[in-house]
Write a protein that binds this ligand. Structure first.
Ligand code: F0G
Length: 469
């Protein structure tokens, strides 16, 4: 597959079927200028050299000193062919792994060997965001942007900061809700030199502000409202398939915040099916935190559906108007998904439609217990990622996932992103537990691994070890 990828065979299209306006790849609109709907990146596949089988991608494995073959995103370039290779900006993202976890399988109630954890915390900035950022950065490179902005609960901003510091072509401007991001993530933004604007509000406020400010100042926006981000995030699913020897699993379970991942995963599978590269679709489960459960409420309680893009916009408008009236705010210990107004809602509905999707909500207690079981099983994740395993357990308990199903839970971010929550859960420090967890409704830490105390005395230390191991 040593082909040249042209940009005249890819373009952008408004996802609203009543509008459907098309724009070139070099067009910098983030939303449709006609109707404000989201834009899709689309391809004229008939004129592109798509491989005949997913197995053909294995040829790239032997070319690891070519950065485009090394990257876990760009080794699938033929499935996101919007940029010519010379424009691609890569920092070695997507070298992630999928691993079976006996501990998590048992916890969820799935037959051993059938629960897989797709560990996106292994990315250079420690979260799945790098998959999308390399694609958005590549597009920014095509349009010649010099400044890039995002609103963030921390991981998008960390990823943007890492890309900007590694590549040097753009300056990062990040909007965060004051006190709303975990320290590991704030540390990254500061360390990598991003201009960090702490807004006296939450993520939803920051998201509203960044869209308007970027528009006014002509700054390139890298939130997942940007369709190019989603093109990169499709590759998480390609790697899942790669890890399963190109077989489609029964379930993909993913946390839902701004709904970029779920939207991207749905698009990936829709395209693969259309291209004849897979023979069936997996089911998709999107897991909200109970304190930030807009998708759950709309999809499961009010039955909002995609309906080929003709869904009930009025229902959605009413829902958000009501939220504004009540000044309802998202609240969860999983700060990464503490989001009430997900920008990708329509695209996520499309994904749920294509993948016979379900949505569940997990409490902070369920999220942290699941996170502890992931940790005990050998992979560390941040609270939001624990939501996928918590959600798989809920669906298993409800009999929707069967014990014999092959289930892939996506671990979206690394454990060290949010050490405060992990230490509060495990340490047994009552004050810390109360301060960090109790106000969120977390009452117990039943899977806690408590440190033991010992006097500074060898006999006492030996006694402490022998009593416990
Ligand atoms: N998990 C983690 C660790 C995240 O950082 C996010 C989103 C999600 C899940 C939700 O993913 O938005 O695709 O549904 N974090 C964004 C941020 C909002 O600003 O870093 P989604």
């Amino acid at each position: 597959m040593g082909i040249s990828l042209k940009t005249d065979v890819s373009f952008q299209r408004c996802i609203n079927p009543r509008c459907g306006k098309e724009f070139g790849i070099t067009d910098g609109h983030v939303r449709c200028p006609e109707c404000s709907s989201l834009l899709d990146v689309v391809y004229d596949w008939d004129r592109l050299p798509v491989p005949g089988s997913l197995k053909d991608f294995e040829a790239k494995w032997s070319r690891r000193n070519d950065p485009l073959a090394f990257s876990g995103v760009w080794r699938f370039h033929e499935l996101l062919p919007f940029a010519a290779p010379e424009y691609v900006v890569t920092i070695g993202e997507g070298q992630t792994l999928m691993r079976n976890s006996a501990r998590a399988s048992k916890y969820v109630g799935i037959d051993e060997g059938n629960l897989y954890l797709q560990y996106e915390g292994m990315n250079p900035s420690g979260s799945f965001k790098d998959n999308g950022m390399t694609a958005a950065f590549t597009h920014a490179n095509i349009v010649g942007a010099r400044r890039a902005a995002c609103a963030s609960t921390g991981n998008t901003s960390a990823s943007l900061a890492v890309f900007c510091s590694a590549h040097g072509s753009m300056k990062a401007i990040i909007f965060v809700g004051s006190g709303k991001i975990a320290y590991g993530k704030l540390a990254q933004a500061l360390d990598h030199g991003a201009l960090t604007v702490q807004i006296a509000g939450d993520f939803d406020d920051a998201m509203t502000a960044v869209q308007e400010v970027s528009r006014r100042l002509g700054i390139y926006l890298v939130n997942s409202v940007n369709g190019f981000r989603l093109e990169g995030q499709k590759t998480i699913m390609y790697r899942v398939l790669e890890g399963l020897n190109w077989e489609v699993p029964d379930w993909i379970v993913v946390p839902g915040g701004n709904l970029g991942n779920s939207s991207a995963f749905g698009k990936a599978f829709i395209e693969l099916k259309e291209l004849g590269l897979i023979d069936r679709m997996p089911r998709l489960a999107v897991i909200n935190a109970a304190g930030a459960n807009t998708l759950y409420q709309l999809y499961e309680e009010r039955q909002l559906r995609w309906h080929d893009g003709y869904g009930d916009d009025e229902l959605v408008d009413q829902f958000f108007d009501d939220m504004t009236e009540r000044n309802a705010r998202a609240s969860t210990i999983a700060s990464a998904i503490e989001i009430n107004r997900p920008v990708n809602l329509p695209k996520c509905l499309r994904a749920l439609d294509a993948c016979s999707g379900v949505v569940r909500e997990a409490t902070d207690q369920q999220i942290l217990d699941a996170k502890a079981m992931v940790g005990a099983g050998g992979l560390g994740c941040e609270p939001a990622s624990g939501a996928s395993v918590a959600g798989a357990k809920i669906l298993r308990d409800q009999g929707i996932i069967a014990p014999s199903d092959r289930v892939v839970c996506v671990l979206t971010g690394h454990q060290l992103k949010d050490p405060t929550v992990t230490v509060a859960y495990h340490s047994g420090d009552r004050d810390l537990f109360n301060e960090v967890l109790v106000q969120r409704g977390v009452k117990r830490a039943q899977h806690a691994n408590r440190p033991v105390q010992a006097a500074n005395d060898l006999n006492e230390i030996i006694k402490a070890i022998e009593l416990n191991v």
